[in-house]
Design a binder for this molecule. Structure first.
Ligand code: ADP
Ligand code: MG
Length: 496
C-alpha cells in the first residue's frame, strides 16, 4: 500500500498534503422470519432452487402482497435497539428496474417514508475507546432472486427462493474515517442485530452484506465524490476493499484527476475493486407508492409492547459486567460480543461457590477467554456443545481459589475435563493432583536441594539473585509441580 494512515487522527499523508477518508455504509440485513415480507413462502436457507416461490414471488399478474407483521415487528425492534425514531406511518414504494432475477420488474422498498428515522450505534475502537456513528434510516424491502452465470457456457440459472425475503436496509451517515472504523461498525451492528434476534448475522450465507461508500477530501473541505463498493460479505473483505479503494482514489486525486461516481465490485481473489456500472440516481428508479399496499401504520401500543421485551444490549451488558464483576473493559467486551457467551459466563459465575465472588468472576472470565475459547477454536466446538458441564468450570476455578490446586495444575485438570467430562474434583482425586501446602514437607525438600546444590547456593549468596528461579524449578520438579508456589517462594527465601 502506498499510503500510511496516522494512528491519531486517521489522516492520510499524500505527497501533495493530507487527506481525510470518509466512509458511509448501507447494510442489508435479512430479517429473521419464517415467511417472506409479502408472501407466505418459506425463508429456509439451502433448499432446492425454486422450491420456495409463491405466485407473488414469481411476479405472476394479479397477485397481491400482504404485509408480514413479524417482519414489521423485527424492524421496529431493530429501530429501538439502534436508538432510532419509529415512524407511526411509513410507505412502501416500487423501485423500478429490470433484472432477470426480479420477475416483477420492481422491488418493493421504502423511499420517502421509511419505518425508522435516525439512530446511532457506538463502535468499539482500540484501547477501550468508542465512537458514535449516526444512522440515517432503516427501511424494509424485498430481496431479489439469485442468478448464477458460471454453471453453463450458454445459460444463466435463476433461483427465486430468495425473491421476496424481507431485508432491513440500515443506512449510516458518512461518519467513519478509516477502514478499521467501518469494520468495527459492521461488527457492532452484527452483534446488536444478533442480540435482538432480528437478523442472524450470517455473512457467509449473505444474511448480512454491506455496500461501502467511500471518498477522500482535504480536511475541513466538503464531501468528495464517492465510489460505492457493492455487496461485501465479510468484515475482512470490507477492510481489504476499502484499503484498495483508498489507494486507488488517492492516486487519482494526487495526480489532479477526478473520482467518477460509480458502483464497484470487490474481487477478493485479486484483492481489488473494479467498476461495475455508473451510479444511478434515485430518479432513475421512478419510485412511486405501491398501489397494492396501504401506508404501514404502527400504533404506539405496539411499539411500547416491543420496547418492554427488549433484551439487555451489549453496551449496557458490558458496563454491568465491569461494574458487577470488576472485569476489565477488554474482557467485558470480549464476553458480551455474543449473547450466548455472555449468558454462559454469567451462569458459570452464578454456579461458583467461592467466597471471593469478585475473584471468582475475574478468574472465570480469564479461563473462558483463555483456555476455553482456545480449546473451542482448536476442536471446532461452539459454546452450546462444550464437552463438560457448566458447573464444572466453576468448580475448577473454585479449586484454584481455595488453594486445592495451582493454576498450572488446573490447566492439566482442564485438559482432562475436556477429554472425559469428569468433574475437576474427581479428577484431582483420581490423578493425585492436590496441591502440596504442608510447610514442613516443602521445607524438607528445599533443604535437601540446597544441600545437593551447595555450589550454586554459594554463587547465589555471593551476588547472583537470578539463580532464585533455578532453585524454584528444582523444588517444583521434585514435587511434581504440585507444591503451593507462594509457599515455596516464601520458604526458599528464608532458607537462602
Ligand atoms: P444511495 O447510495 O442509495 O444513492 P445515499 O446517497 O443516501 O444513497 O448514500 C448512501 C450512503 O453513502 C450513506 O451511507 C452515506 O453515508 C454515504 N455517503 C454519501 N455521500 C458520501 C461521500 N461523499 N463519501 C462517503 N460516503 C458517502
Ligand atoms: Mg447506495
Amino acid at each position: 500500500m502506498s499510503h500510511t494512515m496516522s494512528e491519531t487522527n486517521n489522516l492520510i499523508k499524500g505527497h501533495t498534503g493530507l487527506w481525510e477518508v470518509v466512509i458511509g455504509l448501507e447494510v442489508h440485513a435479512q430479517v429473521v422470519s419464517k415467511a417472506k415480507l409479502f408472501s407466505g413462502s418459506s425463508t429456509d436457507f439451502g433448499a432446492d432452487p425454486n422450491t420456495q416461490v409463491s405466485f407473488l414471488d414469481a411476479g405472476m399478474p394479479g397477485m397481491l402482497p400482504v404485509i408480514n407483521s413479524v417482519c414489521v415487528d423485527q424492524a421496529i425492534k431493530t429501530g429501538l435497539g439502534l436508538n432510532g425514531i419509529i415512524n407511526l406511518v411509513s410507505v412502501f414504494d416500487r423501485k423500478n428496474y429490470f433484472y432477470a432475477d426480479l420477475p416483477t420488474g420492481y422491488q418493493i422498498s421504502q423511499f420517502t417514508h421509511p419505518i425508522v428515522t435516525g439512530g446511532y450505534l457506538d463502535i468499539d475502537l482500540e484501547e477501550g475507546k468508542s465512537k458514535r456513528i449516526a444512522i440515517t434510516r432503516i427501511h424494509l424491502e424485498q430481496d431479489a432472486g439469485k442468478s448464477t452465470h458460471d454453471l453453463h457456457p450458454n445459460f444463466s440459472y435463476i433461483d427465486l427462493n430468495r425473491a421476496g425475503i424481507a431485508l432491513m436496509e440500515i443506512v449510516s451517515e458518512p461518519d467513519m474515517r478509516s477502514p478499521s472504523e467501518a469494520m468495527a461498525y459492521v461488527k457492532k451492528l452484527r452483534s446488536i442485530l444478533r442480540y435482538l434476534g432480528s437478523c442472524d448475522g450470517n455473512m457467509e450465507q449473505g444474511s448480512l452484506r454491506a455496500d461501502a461508500n467511500i471518498s477522500l477530501r482535504r480536511p475541513g473541505e466538503p464531501l468528495g465524490t464517492r465510489a460505492e463498493i457493492k455487496n461485501v460479505n465479510s468484515v475482512r473483505f470490507l477492510g481489504q476493499a476499502l484499503d484498495y479503494e483508498i489507494a486507488r482514489q488517492l492516486e487519482i486525486l494526487e495526480d489532479g484527476g477526478e473520482i467518477v461516481q460509480e458502483t464497484r465490485l470487490f474481487d477478493h481473489n485479486k484483492g481489488e475493486t473494479r467498476s461495475m456500472r455508473n451510479k444511478e440516481d434515485a430518479h432513475d428508479y421512478r419510485y412511486f407508492p405501491d398501489p397494492d399496499l396501504r401506508p404501514l401504520i404502527v400504533s404506539k401500543e405496539r411499539i411500547e409492547k416491543i420496547k418492554q421485551n427488549m433484551p439487555e444490549l451489549p453496551d449496557v451488558k458490558k458496563a454491568r459486567f465491569i461494574e458487577e464483576y470488576g472485569l476489565t473493559s477488554y474482557d467485558a467486551s470480549v464476553l458480551v460480543a455474543e449473547q450466548e457467551i455472555a449468558f454462559y459466563y454469567e451462569s458459570v459465575v452464578k454456579s461458583s461457590g467461592s467466597k471471593d465472588s469478585h475473584q471468582a468472576a475475574k478468574l472465570i472470565a480469564n479461563w473462558l477467554i483463555g483456555e476455553v475459547f482456545g480449546a473451542m477454536n482448536r476442536e471446532n466446538v461452539d459454546i452450546k456443545s462444550l464437552p463438560f458441564k457448566e458447573q464444572n468450570l466453576a468448580e475448577l476455578v473454585d479449586l484454584i481459589i481455595d488453594g486445592t490446586i495451582s493454576g498450572k495444575i488446573a490447566k492439566d485438570v482442564f485438559v482432562n475435563m475436556w477429554k472425559t467430562g469428569k468433574s475437576p474434583q474427581s479428577l484431582v482425586k483420581e490423578l493425585g493432583l492436590e496441591q502440596i501446602s504442608d510447610p514442613s514437607l516443602i521445607e524438607n525438600v528445599i533443604e535437601k536441594i540446597l544441600t545437593e546444590q551447595a555450589a550454586k547456593v554459594e554463587e547465589y549468596r555471593s551476588g547472583k539473585p537470578q539463580l532464585f528461579g533455578f532453585f524454584i524449578g528444582l523444588v517444583m520438579k521434585e514435587l511434581q509441580g504440585k507444591a503451593n508456589p507462594s509457599l515455596v517462594n516464601e520458604i526458599l527465601k528464608k532458607k537462602l
